[in-house]
Design a protein around this ligand. Structure first.
Ligand code: HEM
Length: 559
């Protein structure tokens, strides 16, 4: 009896097929119908499909990307693979998702600005959630709006233009550079500088003398942990993942790496301490009795709006996260290129010479057109964040990219990802000219015959729309000021000490794999081999002592 009641394999097959067909019919008459109506109403046509050998999961593309990432050519190769045919918007299978990738400014504008509400931030990995949960970076909707309002005053022009604050930190950086032309990796010094300026910007003055030995150790540990966390988040491979990358990746999916958890706690603890210190009665008192207009301090403003310490930490950590590596990466890329191009270096030095060796004020800094062109060109060719993306919260249309000529709207269904190929867009020959792959700052300058480039949504180093980077002015002011003061201190010569070309180092950002190994020379008459060593040992900022030395060949503590 029991055997007779058991369904046969054939019956099971029919039953499953009927269920699938039923679901398909249901889907077609509800969601499918809605999609068709949308497509018809907006005149959408499909974007060009990138053919994968594995048309279902696109595993060939996934493995190719892993390989390119290992070879430090991920963005170069993906740009070729996806846009090599001339299409500016394409669709491809990536694991279980069907992704739209575009390097069309009009489409990016539509996602980030015109249709802002129709898109949310792409899926956030749980690792990033653990680190930055509750801050502006990961917040959406009303919570994001509140975060944005909260930080807005920090980026007011007067605040950004606080060059005196920068000068102190730049002096420490300059003290860390040998004056006899020995090789130094500027990227390490830039990271130290941008961390210390971001900390001062967020938490107020952090006097070195006041810091106990324990604080200094914890500053050092923080920097190490921070670097490890950045690499971990980017799955950069070396160190934490090494050759066991895939094994660790799978393990992490099941149970988040315990070391990473510990690192996040260390960072949270460190920032909690900074917040406490900043809010200590001493600092608040000195602010209230000060006769001069007090500087805006990020966490002081936060505390006037919320007493939730975790919220204060999350917001300030998010801004710290956004500020440090990005600006250091920009400076690294700029100085790497300067070291390879004496022609550009000389022209820039001549422009900076017009300041007669004086510190520039904000207006003077902004008037250095060639310097601005160098920064623009660096961000064009080596965007610090070379890709971005959003996930559709509802059915929506991109304005262009569909059909044979790519001029029809493209349908994006709810839940679909739209990725932006910023790297590819910044190298488009139809926008930037036949020499788009070459570093040529002059393209940004007006001449008698020709206006320099004025780009809109086709140039997006800082993203755009309501979530545009609020720190862009801060970053450009800082990068400009550091470059000016460095050139004023070492106007003699700049030598590259790295035979390699620029290669991708992908962490949370993308900068040069080899860092920025150079030799700098003051004018001959000023050369004093002792000064660099003396100054370096003096070490104005504690991290300069404790961090691995940027001076190649020197010991770990810089001595
Ligand atoms: C060269 C330096 C920098 C670059 C290239 C850069 C680039 C960007 C980009 C592309 C975004 C958008 C990310 C996205 O939408 O997924 C962003 C967001 C952000 N940036 Fe920057 N950034 C730089 C420096 C800074 C600095 C110095 C600060 C703060 C002092 C900062 C604070 C932020 C914040 C808070 C956000 C999140 C904004 C929001 O979600 O509303 N950035 N940045």
């Amino acid at each position: 009896m029991l055997l007779l009641a058991t369904p046969s394999l054939l019956q099971l097959t029919y039953c499953s097929a009927a269920c699938i067909a039923g679901y398909w019919l249901y889907w077609q008459s509800t969601t499918g119908r809605r999609h068709r109506q949308f497509v018809k109403k907006h005149g959408c046509r499909p974007a060009r499909k990138v053919k994968n050998r594995d048309p279902v999961l696109g595993l060939d593309a996934v493995f190719a990307m892993w390989r390119w990432s290992d070879q430090h050519i991920l963005f170069e190769k993906t740009s070729q693979k996806f846009f090599g045919s001339g299409a500016k918007t394409v669709e491809f299978a990536f694991l279980t998702a069907n992704v739209i990738l575009t390097c069309e400014g009009e489409n990016i504008k539509s996602v980030l600005s015109q249709n802002f509400r129709a898109f949310g931030i792409a899926n956030t990995p749980s690792e990033l959630e653990l680190l930055l949960r509750g801050g502006i970076f990961l917040n959406e909707g009303e919570a994001w709006h509140q975060s944005r309002e909260l930080i807005r005053p920090s980026f007011a022009r007067s605040q950004v233009a606080d060059l005196d604050m920068l000068e102190k930190h730049v002096n420490t950086l300059i003290d860390g550079i040998p004056r006899d032309g020995s090789t130094v990796d500027l990227s390490t010094l830039f990271s130290q500088l941008t961390l210390s300026t971001a900390i001062e910007f967020l938490f107020g003055e952090n006097s070195d003398e006041e810091d106990s030995a324990a604080d200094k150790v914890s500053n050092h540990a923080f920097t190490e942990v921070w670097d490890r966390v950045s690499r971990y988040l980017a799955n950069a491979g070396e160190g934490e993942h090494g050759k066991l990358w895939i094994y660790n990746y799978l393990l992490d999916r099941i149970r988040m790496n315990p070391q990473y958890r510990r690192d996040c706690s260390t960072i949270h603890h460190y920032v909690d301490k900074l917040v406490e210190k900043s809010l200590s009665s001493k600092q608040l008192e000195s602010l209230s009795t000060s006769t001069t207009k007090p500087r805006y301090v990020f966490v002081h403003e936060l505390v006037s709006q919320t007493t939730d310490k975790v919220r204060i930490r999350n917001e300030s950590l998010s801004v710290l996260f956004a500020a440090r590596d990005t600006t250091a990466g920009l400076l690294t890329n700029v100085w790497f290129e300067l070291s390879k191009r004496p022609d550009i270096w000389t022209r820039l030095r001549n422009e900076i010479d017009t300041l007669n060796g004086n510190k520039p004020n904000y207006e003077e800094l902004k008037n250095l057109k060639y310097l601005r062109a160098v920064l623009n060109e660096s961000q064009r060719l080596y965007p610090i964040i070379p890709a971005g993306g959003r996930k559709a919260k509802e059915d929506v249309a991109l304005p262009v990219g569909g059909g044979e000529d790519g001029r029809s709207p493209v349908f994006v269904r709810k839940g679909q990802f739209v990725l932006f190929g910023i790297h590819a867009m910044h190298r488009r020959k139809d926008l930037y000219g036949e020499d788009a792959d070459i570093f040529r700052p002059e393209r940004w300058l007006d001449t008698e015959e020709k206006r320099g480039l004025r780009m809109g949504w086709e140039y997006l180093p800082f993203s755009g729309g309501p979530r545009v980077c609020p720190g862009q002015n801060f970053a450009l002011t800082e990068a400009s000021y550091v470059t000016i003061r460095l050139i004023q201190s070492f106007p003699g010569r700049l030598e590259s000490r790295d035979p390699e070309p620029w290669r991708e180092l992908i962490t949370f950002i993308v900068s040069n794999l080899g860092g920025c190994k150079v030799g700098l020379f003051p004018r001959e008459s000023e050369a004093n081999p002792d000064k660099g060593e003396r100054a370096r040992l003096k070490g104005g900022f504690e991290l300069a002592i404790k961090m691995p030395s940027p001076i190649l060949g020197a010991g770990c503590n810089g001595s």
